[in-house]
Design a protein around this ligand. Structure first.
Ligand SMILES: Cc1cc2nc3c(=O)[nH]c(=O)nc-3n(C[C@H](O)[C@H](O)[C@H](O)COP(=O)(O)OP(=O)(O)OC[C@H]3O[C@@H](n4cnc5c(N)ncnc54)[C@H](O)[C@@H]3O)c2cc1C
Length: 420
């Protein structure tokens, strides 16, 4: 049987980072490292990322930008390889980055391909052998390490394994959850998964929020909230929101999606609600105060006209209802308007699924990983990194930062453990 020292399974962002840092750490030792990937063409997700520009990292990366496993673990991993290290690293790879006003870093070329090509080039330079088209079926423990089984090739023995097989987002890229099933067979607990950073589906419903289809194409700055059955906000996001023919998308909706999907997973079906509010109004009282001022200053102005100073016309008309001057609005109607300006219920019926998700929430339980090396506490000699783990970041380059940082630790950890 063919034997290698380290096999990296999965050559996406995390696997390529692990390959580079393992290769650099092993230089001159004669250590044989291979990076295997089921895809024939590598880096599908890197190429589509950031609208084809690859949002490599963010100027302000904090553990609070991530969800999933324990924050202290996330903090320690990010500390080991922070966004400044990413900037330096990319520079040495020949990919200078530029900072945009949103805090996101992109390659100055505005092309994700530059990032992918630089990573692949470096993998070759450090002597790691890349094997595309090598779909792994199973990884089994042996006395001297691991045995890797393929769909259509003889098995391979490896003393150490780095698993970087992604989660379930964009399954056509090759990341279809097979890695999580293998990690489970190797003894790991898997936190149930849901799509994350995914557009949300809305259903028709009585009331203004059910008429979303009429708003298709409208982009607004909004405050979205996932609410408990008692109305308490469980999580809030403010940002750009786009109405589409199926529901809502845009950064605010994508960021909120994992919270609604997790709430649905954790609480009985249908209990978590989503509301849409104007960013100026933190609560109903603030909206009521605004309406009172408008009524005092413009009593003959139609409610819909007044609302157009806040929302686009189509939305304002839907919310305002029948044409009534502000000064003649019945009390109950005034209260409804204030409530819906601050928190209009949206009938979220689901997410668009893994095929439209940018990442995965849930995955290999982070508590089972040694954060200093990313080595498994369940199967010594196994290292894990990237989206496979129970960590998901918000939109803005945070998920790649996690992939680079965890890949860095896993690659170096695997090499160091051989020397040890
Ligand atoms: C449309 C889109 C846009 C995005 N934009 C951004 C962005 O701009 N910024 C950002 O930070 N994040 C972005 N993300 C998220 C980011 O792409 C992921 O967080 C990151 O790619 C995860 O890297 P990974 O290496 O852990 O997993 P993956 O990229 O999924 O790589 C896993 C690799 O493992 C391989 N593999 C899986 N199973 C097997 C198997 N059985 N045998 C062999 N190989 C296998 C796959 O082929 C794949 O190459 C985006 C995601 C999507 C889908």
């Amino acid at each position: 049987m063919e034997r290698v020292d380290i096999a990296i399974v999965g050559a996406g962002a995390a696997g390529l980072a692990a390959a580079i840092f393992a290769g650099e750490a092993a230089r001159g030792t004669g250590c044989r490292i291979v990076a295997l990937d089921g895809a024939r063409k590598l880096g599908a997700k890197i190429l589509v990322s950031g609208g084809g520009r690859c949002n490599v990292t963010n100027v302000d990366v904090r553990p609070e930008d991530y969800w999933g496993g324990p924050r202290p673990v996330v903090r320690n991993v990010l500390r080991a390889f922070d966004h400044r290290r990413t900037l330096e690293w990319m520079e040495t790879l020949g990919v200078p980055l530029k900072l945009e006003p949103t805090g996101k870093y992109f390659p100055v070329t505005d092309s994700a391909r530059t990032v992918l090509e630089a990573l692949l080039r470096r993998v070759g330079e450090v002597g790691v052998e890349l094997r595309p088209g090598a779909r792994v079926k199973d990884v089994r423990r042996t006395e001297s390490g691991f045995e890797i089984h393929f769909a259509d090739a003889p098995p391979l023995a490896a003393r150490r394994i780095v698993m970087a097989m992604g989660g379930l987002s964009l399954p056509k890229s090759g990341s279809d959850g097979a890695g999580l099933a293998m990690a489970r067979r190797l003894g790991h607990g898997i936190v149930p998964t849901t799509p994350a950073l995914v557009p949300l589906l809305l259903g028709k419903a009585p009331g203004a929020g059910g008429h979303f289809a009429d708003w298709s194409g409208i982009t607004i700055d909004a405050r979205l909230a996932v609410r408990e059955p008692n109305g308490k906000a469980r999580e809030e996001r403010q940002g750009s929101l786009l109405f589409t023919h199926f529901g809502i998308s845009g950064p605010a909706a994508l960021d909120l999606s994992r919270h609604w999907l997790r709430a649905r997973l954790e609480t009985p079906a249908g209990e978590a609600g989503v509301t849409l509010g104007h960013p100026e109004f933190a609560n109903e009282e603030a909206a009521r105060a605004w309406l009172a001022v408008q009524t005092r200053e413009h009593p003959t102005r139609m409610a819909a006209t007044a609302l157009q100073t806040l929302w686009p016309e189509r939305l304002a008309r839907e919310l305002a209802g029948p044409g009534t001057p502000l000064g003649q609005l019945p009390k109950a109607e005034r209260r409804r308007l204030a409530r819906e300006l601050a928190a209009l219920p949206l009938n979220v019926t689901g997410g668009r699924g893994y095929s439209f998700a940018e990442t995965t929430a849930g995955g290999v339980d982070l508590r089972e990983i040694d954060y200093r090396t990313m080595e498994s506490r369940k199967a010594p000699g196994l290292f894990l990194c990237g989206e496979m783990l129970d960590v998901d970041g918000r939109i803005g380059g945070f998920n790649f930062q996690w992939a680079w940082a965890s890949g860095y630790l896993a690659g170096r950890g695997a090499t160091a453990s051989l020397a040890g």
